[in-house]
Design a protein around this ligand. Sequence first.
Ligand code: OSB
Ligand code: MG
Length: 368
Amino acid sequence: VSLDGVELRVLHLPLVSPFTTSFGTETVREVIVARALTPDGDGWGEIVTMPAPLYSSEYTQGAWDVAQRWLIPALLERGTLAPEEAATVLEPFIGHRMVKAGLELAVLDASLRSEGRPLGEYLGAVRDRIPSGVSVGIQRDPAALVDAVGGYLDEGYVRIKIKIKPGRDVADTAAVRDAFGAIPLQVDANSAYTLADVDTLAELDRFDLLLIEQPLQEDDLVDHAALARHLRTPVCLDESVTSRKAAADALALAAASVINIKAGRVGGYLEAVRIHDLCRDAGVPVWCGGMLETGIGRAANAALAALEGFTLPGDVSASSRFYTRDIVTDPIVVEDGHVRVPTGPGLGIEIDRVALDDVTVERVELRR
Ligand code: OSB
Ligand code: MG
């Protein structure tokens, strides 16, 4: 595509209920959307940074700065580029993978829309709908957690993930198992433990969890391998897997037997596909993670999760799981426990301009 400019917006979307993880509580989703401006039409992408560098080193204002100061100028200087070239142009700049992913997605959407080609088909989707799991934040107490989980089961979600942290792990998991029996259940620690917690984490073995996600810190691959040897529960990595190379290293070290793939975390949907291919060839199951996406990222995640190797339900839930009003005209819905893979050109969504303007708190446009 011929890239004439890029518009960036910071959005503040109110959450339907607070979302608490081991690293903090959000009541509003602050997120950046990118719009690629081309003579053939716009393309949309989402930069999934959080306001503070607590999940990973990236955060909204850092993303806002690096996008305008370095990444967008490099893309604009190139002028005409294929979506497959965006990552190469951005490669000299270290890190900032969520920003790269959002910009690449905007270019990719513009390009696919101009060809009338759906993202799912381009990525290699083999399914027209995907099973939908839900990520449930830490609640006031285990009873409140059981209430929350019950509500999501009633809505049809086929897999439950609960967030855990030290002091809110074994009892919370036990409460959900006791209340709902043998439902597909997994836990996510968001790096809240160390190897010294091995005995507590081994207590989770009795709950027959699908997996435990990211118990230790991002760069603790060797410790994850040591922990995995002490657990019956499969260890899944999220934060640690920042690239195809990091995924290959984790598998070589036996630090994980399952991988959560998030396009933002790994620098884009194309790198996400490469991790998928690596894991599929190695017989390692993967699933699609989430970052409380708007309808933009949610549509892209549904397309990604439709690839062959995504054999576990992911965190691709309905827009209504987080938002009363999405910024797309047809929010993502869960029907019969599944999300449909969009079939329209590009992301297959239309932006609701009024809704978008209503949640925009900052806007900038860079032109070639
Ligand atoms: O660790 O998977 C995570 C949200 C923000 C940051 C990290 C994570 C999450 C989630 C929510 O678990 C997933 C979603 O439903 O979007
Ligand atoms: Mg996670």
